[in-house]
Design a protein around this ligand. Structure first.
Ligand code: NAD
Ligand code: DAU
Length: 336
């Protein structure tokens, strides 16, 4: 099988490339990535000499860059390429439309032209908006609230339109929050762990009562493996674990693992428009035979250990105090 992984130099894309090369050593993999601040070829240093792996730099929203792939025909394309950080989407929203809406659209055209036999669109539970108590199903209405989630919803809606109008073979997966190795240390869990290792505090937005559902990297890779090999195209799947915690609960779990107390929490100004709670129903995927295997308490331990053992990987990425930076920018733009 020959696979195109877009955004393969990012957090989940690189985890999936490692997963594929370990589980399907005969597959040929092309990683197409623009290398934004979140793209990091260090994530793939172990596989860069693998004869079945190739890296091509390019922007999924650029037709000229996509032409670099013209001699290839792929059995499938898995699109991980995106602008992904909600705080950044509040400060620079247009970049999010460029990649998440237009870039996804270009990849649909790429698939429609027959350059990939099918496309898997990696999307998010955030497109459904927030819910106080319910779970979202695959056909729940999209009610995105941030420029990030609105741009992801735009990409997903175009996928639905291509399935219906052109019968383009696409599968869309709405996932809950990922955590694990290689996550850029601006995201909550990676930031909390790397801050504590450096003797800093965990920044908590607002009261810390917002709820997220968490999935370990390997469980998400196994879900995409199943969709790639067994799911019918034209379908939509949620990927979740039902392991839902408030941000304060997450911070307290991490503090406990470090034997630290609550004096290492810092409550700071809330994110503008901050969604209260996400929760997805994943029964449809479970019927295909998938179950999460890593409980949060085990996954967080493995994650902390990974960040402790890979300090040279993340220390060079932490060029600024993200929270001070975002807060100053929100203030400057009148968003606080
Ligand atoms: P990430 O931010 O770590 O990496 C994104 C990658 O995409 C980077 O390598 C970057 O260089 C690349 N990229 C960005 N713009 C590009 C462009 N125009 N052309 C080509 N490459 C480009 O991302 P992640 O957190 O691993 O998320 C991967 C996917 O999963 C995204 O689609 C995201 O929306 C989705 N998702 C993420 C989470 C999460 O918790 N992180 C949860 C659910 C869904
Ligand atoms: O739900 C899936 C989504 O999860 C993905 O689609 C996004 O790409 C991904 O970034 C993530 O979005 P979140 O906004 O949920 O993730 P983040 O790690 O930024 O924040 C998780 C929660 O923690 C959220 O409620 C905000 C809060 N938070 C975050 C940061 C960075 C804090 O309290 N303090 C922080 O410093």
């Amino acid at each position: 099988m020959k696979l195109l992984i877009t955004g393969g130099a990012g957090f989940m894309g690189s985890n999936f490339i490692h997963y594929l090369l370990n589980n399907y050593p005969d597959y040929q993999i092309v990683n197409f990535d623009k290398l934004t601040y979140a793209g990091n070829l260090d994530n793939l240093s172990h596989v860069e000499n693998n004869k079945n792996y190739q890296f091509i730099q390019g922007d999924i929203a650029s037709q000229a860059d996509l032409k670099k792939l013209k001699k290839h025909k792929f059995d499938a394309l898995v699109n991980y390429a995106a602008e992904t950080h909600v705080d950044r989407s509040i400060l620079s929203p247009l970049e999010f439309s460029h990649t998440n809406a237009l870039g996804t659209h270009e990849l649909l055209e790429f698939t429609r032209r027959g350059q990939a036999k099918k496309m898997i669109q990696i999307s998010t539970d955030e497109v459904f908006g927030e819910t106080q108590t319910k779970e979202f199903f695959e056909d729940s209405p999209m009610r995105p609230n941030s420029p990030y989630s609105a741009s992801k919803a735009a990409g997903d809606l175009m996928c639905a339109a291509y399935v219906r109008t052109f019968k383009t073979p696409v599968i869309v997966a709405h996932s809950c929050n990922f955590y694990g190795p290689y996550q850029y240390p601006e995201k909550f869990i990676a930031l909390s762990v790397t801050n504590l290792i450096q003797g800093k505090k965990i920044p908590i937005y607002g009261s810390g009562s917002n709820v997220r559902e968490w999935i370990y990297t390997q469980d998400h890779c196994r879900a995409i493996d199943l969709l790639l090999h067994q799911a019918e195209t034209g379908r939509v799947f949620n990927i979740g674990t039902q392991e839902r915690f408030t941000n304060l609960e997450i911070a307290e779990i991490i503090l406990k693992k470090f034997n630290l107390d609550k004096s290492r929490l810092e409550f700071i100004q809330d994110r503008p428009g901050h969604d209260f709670r996400y929760a997805v129903n994943s029964d449809k995927l479970k019927k295909l035979g998938w179950q999460p295997q890593t409980k949060f308490m085990q996954g967080i331990e493995q994650t902390i250990k990974w960040y402790q053992e890979h300090q040279s990987w993340w220390r060079k990425l932490q060029d600024k105090n993200y929270q001070q930076y975002y807060q100053a920018q929100y203030k400057a733009k009148g968003l606080s």
